[in-house]
Design a protein around this ligand. Structure first.
Ligand code: M6R
Length: 589
């Protein structure tokens, strides 16, 4: 998704914001740009391509000015072109805007502005914003009041950073799109995400819905709806710059895969009282709905099996984007449990808002402190997995699974047993992420690097694992992969199995016979079978041993496939941290 960074202070803005932009690269982007306020004009440079290609070393050294905004664009409205890159300027060139989100009524506004003599240079929705500001300024309204009037006309979601050639201030506004202020000794930052400025300051102010921050030598906050001042407190970020950097690892993906044992340790040091309270809420709710997207959705599916098996509790699981279909069943006694690593996924926020309108209680499981979902929820369990920079969810997934396992045990009145079970996993996870395991899986990656399709099967708790494993392979290596319930393949997809088709089979002691019988069906059609589980078998052409751990199999068995996906990406020349077309926080619906 688009990344925003802005700076106002005593230092040169360009190196700080270009650096900040690089720290946001993980969000995914296709073009980049900056606008810096110089003595009598706005200096603008933008283009398509990587940040390092758009800005040279010379730019870093020579662009003067202490106030600036920058943007990395992930195209939504209009193709990937220089003209569509941000910042966008007003027709008079006085106001520059960077935007994350979507202006839903931009066509109407564009028509209105065109009728009033404005000319548009891009196909973006964003360009209406600086021009609306100019429109109001032309009526004699001040810069600040024009911003407020312009924003009142916008429908949709927006995080905005705005500067004007004649104003020594940086204005930031958020509505349904994340924005955070960094408070440094030498000035203020505004950014989509904390890692952007973390090497400059760990002091942050999270903006709330409809907040406007006005930054110059001080910071002031207003609510854009009623224009009244609001007080926002400074928080301290607890993780450090190193955690958000690659360290000795070549990629964030590998670093984060390797951090999973520690993430599990942190997950199980959850506040016991809070876990038990959430378990109690689940126990007494009339209708429980787990909602999420992508990998977090797979964690929800896994949870539904754990709750059924361990606590005899039925829960509904819905993709957040499909949640409107359940809306009519939501009543004030319903409980919605929303999972989101980023806490900013637009579909999840939308689902949660719909549930709240019906009076339901919302509990969320989130990794990013201060994210929007934490504010929309009645209560939040924090994952504490540390920053996850790679677009692919790895440690955040296993950390979600650990907390959900703990919750299922708590619901069954066996909290301590659950905690001990998870503690026992830690050593297995160290082993699964070790160089030995990685070397073993590398042989498999070499074998699979040129294949076009991989099928994955699992039964019970291994079924969501098969789905998640397929997603990991797809999104980073671009090999088509599909996860199925073991019993389901024979109902159609088995037609695609040819001699040599790779099929990954997740096994567990509980369902070994049944899943091996499904593997036999595949083997009979010539499939190349890769077994992942506690016991090797003559059916397997390749075997990855993962110690049996019952309900916690879901946590351990995904790890080898995360590693396989990583290695396939490397062998196929794909960038594991920044897969094409994807974004870390999907803030559009
Ligand atoms: O931040 P969230 O957990 O809400 O994100 C949900 C999905 O966008 C995310 O899991 C996505 O599927 C990842 N690319 C998975 O690796």
């Amino acid at each position: 998704m688009c990344g925003i960074i802005g700076y106002i202070g005593t230092q040169r803005a360009a190196p700080l914001i270009i650096d900040g932009l690089k720290n946001l690269e993980y969000r995914g982007y296709d073009s980049a740009g900056i606008a810096v306020l110089q003595t009598s004009e706005l200096f603008v440079k933008k283009d398509t391509g990587k940040i390092a290609e758009v800005f040279s070393e010379k730019d870093l050294e020579t662009i003067e000015g202490n106030i600036g905004i920058a943007h990395s664009r992930w195209a939504t409205h209009g193709g990937v072109t220089k003209e569509n890159s941000h910042p966008h300027l007003s027709n008079d060139g006085n106001t520059a805007v960077v935007h994350n989100g979507i202006i839903e009524n931009y066509q109407e506004l564009r028509k209105f502005l065109t009728e009033n003599g404005f000319v548009f240079k891009s196909q973006t929705d964003t360009e209406v914003i600086p021009n609306l500001i100019q429109y109001f300024m032309q009526q004699g309204t001040s810069f600040m009041d024009s911003i407020k009037l312009a924003v009142k006309k916008l429908e949709g979601s927006y995080a905005l950073a705005i500067i004007n050639k004649n104003a020594k201030k940086l204005v930031a506004i958020r509505k349904e799109s994340p924005l955070v202020i960094g408070v440094a000794d030498h000035g203020y930052f505004v950014a989509s995400d904390v890692p952007s400025f973390l090497d400059q300051t760990k002091k942050v102010v999270y903006l709330y819905e409809n907040d406007m921050a006005v930054l110059n030598d001080k910071m002031e906050f207003f609510n854009i709806k009623d224009n009244l001042p609001v007080v926002r407190k400074i928080d301290n970020i607890e993780w450090n710059v190193e955690q958000a950097k690659k360290g000795n690892f070549e990629h964030f993906m590998l670093k984060e895969i390797s951090e999973q044992a520690d993430a599990i340790k942190l997950a199980i040091s959850q506040d016991e009282k809070q876990i038990k309270e959430v378990a109690d809420a689940i126990m007494h709710a009339k209708g429980i709905y787990f909602v999420a997207c992508g990998t977090s959705y797979h964690a929800c599916l896994s949870a539904s099996y754990k709750f059924a098996k361990l606590a005899n509790k039925h829960v509904n699981v819905a993709l957040a984007s499909e949640f409107p279909n359940y809306k009519d069943f939501i009543v004030p006694d319903s409980l919605v449990i929303a999972l989101s690593q980023s806490g900013e996924t637009a579909d999840v926020l939308e689902a949660v808002k719909a549930a709240k309108e019906k009076g339901a209680r919302v509990i969320s499981l989130v990794n990013v402190v201060g994210s929007s979902l934490t504010r929309y929820s009645d209560e939040t369990l924090m994952q504490n997995a540390g920053p996850e920079i790679c677009v692919l969810a790895t440690k955040s997934y296993t950390s979600q699974l650990a907390i959900l396992t703990l919750l299922a045990y708590a619901l069954a009145g066996k909290y301590e047993e659950g905690k001990n079970k998870l503690k026992e996993l830690v050593n297995s996870i160290y082993y699964l992420t070790s160089t030995n395991t990685r070397e073993h899986i590398k042989q498999l990656a070499e074998r699979l690097r040129y294949v076009n399709h991989i099928y994955l099967i699992g039964r019970d708790l291994q079924y969501p694992t098969a789905m998640e494993a397929a997603l990991k392979i797809k999104e980073v290596s671009y090999i088509h992969a599909e996860g199925f319930a073991g019993g389901e393949l024979k109902h159609g997809t088995i037609a695609l199995i040819e001699p040599g088709t790779p099929c990954i089979v997740f096994t567990s002691s509980e369902n070994e016979k049944k899943i091996l019988s499904n593997a036999t069906e595949l083997k009979a059609r010539g499939a190349y079978i890769i077994g992942v589980g506690p016991n090797n078998n003559e059916l397997f052409d390749f075997f990855i041993k993962v110690r049996e751990s019952g309900e916690a199999n879901s946590i351990c068995q995904i790890i080898p496939i995360q590693i396989l996906a990583y290695q396939l990406a490397i062998l196929r020349g794909c960038d594991p941290d920044k897969p094409r077309n994807l974004a870390k926080s999907v803030t559009v619906k």
